[in-house]
Design a protein around this ligand. Sequence first.
Ligand code: GLY
Length: 596
Amino acid sequence: MIIMRQIFAAAIAVVIASAPWAQEAADQVAPEAAGAGVISGSAEVQAAQNAKAQGQPVEAKSWMVSAANPHAVQAGADILRAGGTAADAMVAVQAVLGLVEPQSSGLGGGAFLVWYDGTSGELTTLDGRETAPLAATPRLFQDEAGEPLGFYDAVVGGRSVGTPGTPALLQAAHNKWGQAEWVGLFNDAIRLAEDGFTVSPRMAKLIAGDAERLRRQDAARAYFLPEGVPLAEGALLKNPKYGQTLRLLATDGADVFYTGEIAKDIVKAVQDNPDNPGVLAEVDLAIYQVKERAPVCMTYRAHDICGMGPPSSGALTVGQILGLLAPFDLASMGADNAAGWRLIGDASRLAFADRARYMADSDFVPVPSQGLLDPTYLSKRSEVLRGDAALPEVRPGTPEFDHALNYADDAAIELPSTSHISIVDQYGNALSMTTTIENAFGSRLMVGGFLLNNELTDFSFRSHRDGVPVANRVEPGKRPRSSMAPTIVLKDGKPVLVVGSPGGSRIIGYVAKTIIAHLDWGMDVQEAVSLPHLVNRFGTYDVEEGTGAEALVGPLGEMGFEMNARALTSGLHVIAIGEGLLGGADPRREGIALGD
Ligand code: GLY
């Protein structure tokens, strides 16, 4: 292990600044404290859990999978071990996640996937984002006076449900890159759904915390609160309806979801919801398409950081943060230096100001993607960071563009949920996929044993300000702006890091921090994942409570930041690719990395 870690450390271009609080603080992110808990499993699962508990990366030579639940990781590992590709394994992982972590992702949601092809060396992305119904209007989330609805008034029920993209994405990825028989990829998920699985600590905690909202929807109440009581940790839970849905998907393919009985049931649940009906119709499902898009890449510390462009703001905002930080020597400052975190925090605020103004679904709204990542624009914008105090005010910049940049700032609320899957297979393919139903438990509507998303609330609730339109306003057929940032980092054209996280709009900060920790501070993947979070999006500096990062509250506060210690529940799942593979899994969640 030591030799392997030395090889990886040597491969990192900019080397290690010592980080005493960072190391100590990483040790303090105890899984139990974060409600992450431990799920029992095979000997290899237990070994992976032990590695995570000790803060060690998992090592492998040939393939690896890192995701948010051991059952799901085991399903993916079994496919990879049998010679399947990363795309095959992803289908199995997602099918199980939709069962054992239903609050975060599943067939009723959407996802973005970044793929590095080991044979051609090409990088591409698939957009399986949920889509606004054709009958949706910019006022979907406004009351009769045009004022934004309360968040949960919008979320719970049919109004927030967009056309799910995940089933079509699974099919598209398998059609393009799969090698194993589609029908066999659902076996583990079907078995677990029909024989039952043990409710995890995290799932039980989240059900209890959401009981009042779940209780209001019949199907969710029956499943998550049988006999009126929230499911307890350790309960054996069966989901035969989900098993039946998976059997149909396995034998008939994803079309069965978009044109058959399942589509009808989804539309009925959305339109007939008594409290908050939505406008999703059968035609919306019938016309749904996964979109293949070019990756969005930028260069940072001689690496190409590549990810998902619009409708996600992920790659653009992570890229802007890194581009704004490029002129500064973060490596010599180290991970426990308040001056370094001042730079990271204010770079993030600048990037989020541009995000709020310019980023949306580029199929509907002109987005200045190139201008936003232009090194000259970013280097000029980063000059304001050269002081030694927090920026008093942050405004959007004016990136180069050939359209009028006449947009108003958006008002979208994104609370943490979602899940991330990283996979490398024995053929040299790498897959980074972030997958979501948006808020924990999505719309709380359940059909066919899975939850329907509330992704439409990722649109801005305000459609315009003072007559100026918001780029991320609701429009029929448009995809809501996301923060999901599935990322693959390349060096000399070869992938060296596969990374991503859940966490609402804090995803962007979690991913940027992990890349900085690895490339600037020389941390291995598990150290980088475990490193306590500090995230600043809109001015308030969030610091992960109960960790050594709280030592920075004083110094950053003196620089002028408003500080807020709070739980910051990421779900980073990361694989480093060098002489071998090193996997890291977030101690704040229940996942593991497994490889061979
Ligand atoms: N709903 C989470 C995201 O798309 O960013």
